[in-house]
Design a protein around this ligand. Structure first.
Ligand SMILES: Cc1cc2nc3c(=O)[nH]c(=O)nc-3n(C[C@H](O)[C@H](O)[C@H](O)COP(=O)(O)OP(=O)(O)OC[C@H]3O[C@@H](n4cnc5c(N)ncnc54)[C@H](O)[C@@H]3O)c2cc1C
Ligand code: SF4
Length: 328
């Protein structure tokens, strides 16, 4: 393994300045939250950084604060802290459940919210040194190869699935992503933050070189809002979603006033299914409505040769998630 320079940043401005200096000196830089994904990337050679800016000693952005109008979650909050926070459990249940569903207790203990959202894709080809679009090459090996776990929506030219469980739950709550870098701070909607391969096949988000994800801001939800994150895996633990569904419903009695449905594991970005959201508004939640919602979600899916199993899986996951949010 090549030698690496590790810089322990003390604050977010310190991290940004250290990154800027290292880039100016001709280095490739990576930020490290918990390092649970980054270390593997460095070993695999998918991340070519030679300077690591560790955020372990950074004290800012480790809080969860409610202003009444919104909840701000710092990027360095660990997934365990997110999953166990009373404010998140009660108001943003799907976010707490998504965080609790990630990997293993060890990963959740050190893995950060920012690292979870910005982790790189786990496509077998990319992680094993194939020079595909994601690695700067000019082809996708999965499209005619191993594609059982790849995208059924939004694919091409890369067919990765976005690997985060937490991001779809945040998108379902209309979270805004806060970013800091040498040119100051930016707030981005999910539409601006996440990037489809058709726009840039090498990246999954619009972070620029030297920029950090410092947290998310989630608008306050009404008291009659309920939510859940339903995750389907190919084994019982330690793994990413085959399909995940973040469902947020504002209801009056059992009638849907507003719905937000965002999928994990099926597209290169957290995938909002607007048609299902529109369908649910005004409906009484029940078995037939939930089933129709699930079927509607996959009408536009475009499976590859080996991932058509994700269609019934997605439909069933939505059906169960919606039904679980029925009043009483
Ligand atoms: C066995 C295993 C199982 C896993 N299962 C799941 C799962 O079920 N669900 C899931 O969602 N994830 C899963 N993961 C992926 C991931 O490791 C965790 O989600 C974790 O939260 C990543 O956070 P981290 O802080 O360790 O990230 P790091 O490893 O520190 O960073 C990940 C990436 O984000 C970049 N980065 C880190 N922090 C920032 C920042 N503030 N701003 C900009 N870029 C940043 C890094 O440079 C790197 O490219 C799994 C990983 C493993 C090894
Ligand atoms: S799906 Fe994306 S990461 Fe996987 S081989 Fe194709 S281009 Fe590479």
């Amino acid at each position: 393994m090549k030698s690496l320079i590790n810089i322990n940043a003390r604050s977010i401005p310190d991290a940004i300045q250290a990154a800027q200096q290292a880039i100016a000196d001709g280095n490739q830089v990576a930020f490290s939250g918990g390092g649970t994904d980054l270390l593997q990337q460095l070993k695999d050679g998918t991340d070519l950084a030679n300077v690591i800016i560790s955020l372990r000693n950074v004290e800012d952005t480790r809080t969860i604060v409610s202003s009444g109008a919104d909840i701000s979650v710092g990027g360095l909050i660990t997934l365990n802290e997110l999953a166990e926070n009373p404010l998140i459990i009660s108001g943003l249940t799907a976010v707490a459940q998504a965080a609790a569903s990630v990997g293993t207790p060890q990963i959740r203990n050190v893995g950060t919210l920012a690292g979870n959202i910005t982790q790189r894709p786990w496509c077998w080809y990319y992680r094993n040194g194939f020079n595909c679009f994601k690695a700067g090459g000019d082809q996708c090996f999965s499209v005619n190869g191993e594609n059982g776990q790849h995208a059924i929506f939004g694919g091409g030219p890369s067919y990765i699935v976005h690997p985060s469980d937490v991001a779809p739950a945040l998108v379902a709550f209309n979270a805004v992503f806060t970013v800091s870098g040498p040119n100051g701070n930016r707030e981005l909607t999910s539409e601006d933050f996440f990037v489809l391969p058709i726009t840039n096949p090498e990246r999954e988000n619009s972070l620029e070189e030297g920029e950090l994800l410092t947290g998310v801001r989630i608008p306050a939800v009404s008291a009659n809002t309920v939510s859940t994150y339903y995750k389907v895996m190919d084994r019982q633990a330690w793994t990413h979603a085959e399909v995940g569904v973040a469902t947020v419903i504002q209801r009056n009695g059992n009638q849907v006033q507003n719905a937000s449905i965002v999928l994990a594991g099926v597209a290169p970005i957290p995938w909002r299914v607007q048609a299902v959201e529109d369908f649910l508004v005004g409906k009484q939640i029940g078995e037939a409505v939930a089933r129709e919602a699930g079927q509607l979600a996959v009408e536009d899916a475009q499976p590859l040769a080996n991932n058509a199993h994700k269609l019934p899986m997605t439909a069933a996951a939505i059906e169960r998630a919606v039904l679980s949010l029925a009043a009483g």
